[in-house]
Design a protein around this ligand. Structure first.
Ligand SMILES: [Zn+2]
Ligand SMILES: [Zn+2]
Length: 221
């Protein structure tokens, strides 16, 4: 495939003892989005910053699919380093505020982000140059979970909604199994089969593969 003039690159990092996937999405504008900064240890924060600085990227958006602790360990670091106000669905604000408490409980203490936030809602478009990510609202794993869909390049940054042959847990506050299943069917399984899912944990998959193989989403499951 010849490289389009304008095209997102997706860089994945696996951070923290929870093994959370943090993504940096960028293009030829050299602007970038940082999605779910889960960098916990200082070497992880340096790795993320070295990548961004090494390519001379200019962070434009700090985006959260949701605000469980493992997805916001590095929220304050990114804010303090690049002066970005995070974007999330409004139903995640409380999760963000509770995350440091959850960290203490899980023996993963961290300094939480406390400042103002920007809200995302279904259908919002996040733009870097000519490339776009569209916000899909898909709660169930958490109360205000969103996914970021790039129709042009057929990928979705899916957070903890849909994993390779698994789905997000629903036993945490604000989780609801039936809502999660319904949203996977109505919001993600309506996307083309070739769409690549970059999940919040584990390897990439595709919508088509999960339709056929995900044990939580087969008929009668
Ligand atoms: Zn989560
Ligand atoms: Zn997670």
């Amino acid at each position: 495939m010849t490289k389009d003039l304008s095209m997102f690159e997706v860089k994945k990092f696996v951070f923290s003892p929870v093994e959370e996937n943090t993504y940096v999405v960028y293009n030829e504008t050299l602007e970038c989005c940082i999605i779910d900064p889960g960098c916990y240890f200082s070497n992880e924060r340096n790795e993320l910053k070295d990548f961004i600085d090494g390519l001379s990227l200019r962070p434009k958006y700090l985006l959260n699919t949701h605000c469980h602790l493992d997805h916001v360990f590095g929220e304050k670091f990114i804010h303090d380093t690049y002066h970005l106000i995070p974007y999330m669905h409004q139903n995640e604000k409380e999760m963000l505020e509770l995350a440091p408490l959850a960290g203490a409980r899980w023996n993963l203490p961290f300094d939480g982000y406390q400042g103002q936030v920007n809200y995302l809602t279904e259908g919002d478009i996040v733009r870097l140059g000519n490339d776009e990510l569209k916000v899909i609202y898909a709660p169930g794993h958490s109360p205000g979970h969103v996914c970021f869909y790039c129709e042009q390049q057929a990928f979705v940054l899916g957070g903890d909604v849909l994993f390779q042959q698994s789905i997000g847990r629903t036993d945490l506050p604000g989780g609801d199994h039936d809502t999660l299943i319904r949203n996977i069917k109505e919001k993600l399984f309506v996307l083309p089969n070739e769409v690549v899912v970059y999940p919040g944990h584990g390897p990439e998959t595709t919508i088509g593969f999960e339709k056929r193989n995900n044990p939580f989403l087969q008929a009668g499951a």
